[in-house]
Design a protein around this ligand. Sequence first.
Ligand code: CTP
Length: 412
Amino acid sequence: MVDSTEEKRLEGRKLLLGVTGSIAAYKAAELIRLCKKAGAEVQVLMTPDAARFITPLTLGTLSEREVLSEIFPDNEQGSWTKHVSLGLWADLFVVAPATAQTLAKMAYGFSDSMLTATALAARCPMLVCPAMDHDMYLHPATQANLERLRAFGYAVMAPGYGELASGLVGHGRMPEPEEIFGRIVEMVTAPLRPSSGGLLAGKHVLVSAGPTREPIDPVRVVTNHSSGSMGYAIAEAAAGHGARVTLVSGPTALDTPHGVDRIDVTTAEEMHAAVQAHRDANLVIMAAAVADYTPLDPAPSKLKKQDDELTIRLRRTPDILAELGAHKRPEQMLVGFAMETDDGLANARRKLEAKNLDWIVLNNVNEEGAGFGPGTNRVTLIHRSGHTEDLPLMPKRDVAEALLNRILGIAG
Ligand code: CTP
């Protein structure tokens, strides 16, 4: 979490804050306060429905600017091009909270309020923070709209998991103002600014996924429980942001994500060769669970059972990521994964340093819903600066988005 009491990190920055009709609209007040305190100018745009949840007077007072809502206000003459000038003025446009309704309008280019019209006219990076009920968030329509927005290059802050206004427990809680503030700081100070065509347009992203299988004999292998789903979600998310994506995959049961170039491998040795062939990538994310050891001397024909005990000698496989780290180019970013049962943070930090990584993603295998297997994950992101962030339990696709957003936010 970002400490909002630090120096004025948003000095001179111009923010548009879109507020929509969600119960979480009250959190916009605190977000404005944090941004103003950090030195930003904040212009609030409210949808007409947002005023049912918080008054324009409150947000106008906090932002020290008149809140805009209608595109054709009754009381104003000759200012109907404000949406265009505001779209050019801003360094970042944040929509928090973003309802399913406003997300849908933004995904399909509607311009029926000051907020949606300005979103269409804006040239600056966009950040949306969905807030809605669990089922509305997980509905394929909302997910498809979010996918469209991501493809436009919008950053999407995944909602948290917890108690919702409906009384249900699930996904859909808007992140806390301090978290959103942290993302805003990251985005406006990011060296890798998003370009049109997606956050990763023109970039080559290499992702590894799945387990490796190391042969003992022609019918038996040494392997692990990796399903590949985390790496595939990352590859899909990166392609959604406009990257050219190469996915080096161990054996999995998963379909190749749309727009991803997949290379199938079986052993650690093969994965090593495939990754080396694409080491030119701008961003490498090693999500594969590479076997650290392989049988020293695989038998050419099936081993027959003989004694009560059998010893198989193993040798180390090449550490693919450490090798990339040793030859890392200055503009290249390397991301590793660590799966730990004990001393997670300390082990992950050690790996980050030893392999010369920019980020490491720590999975805690002991936690319910985390780690191998499809569905959800709960991870801790650790940047080489020491910046550490616990993400809540969420669908792996959201973890992938959060990870890419952070990587693009703190690229230094
Ligand atoms: N990795 C790799 N090549 C290997 C082994 C691991 O590139 N031969 C990568 C993994 O893809 C992952 C990271 O390195 O991104 C994991 O680091 P590692 O130290 O190998 O973790 P563990 O396999 O969990 O190692 P340890 O047994 O020391 O905990």
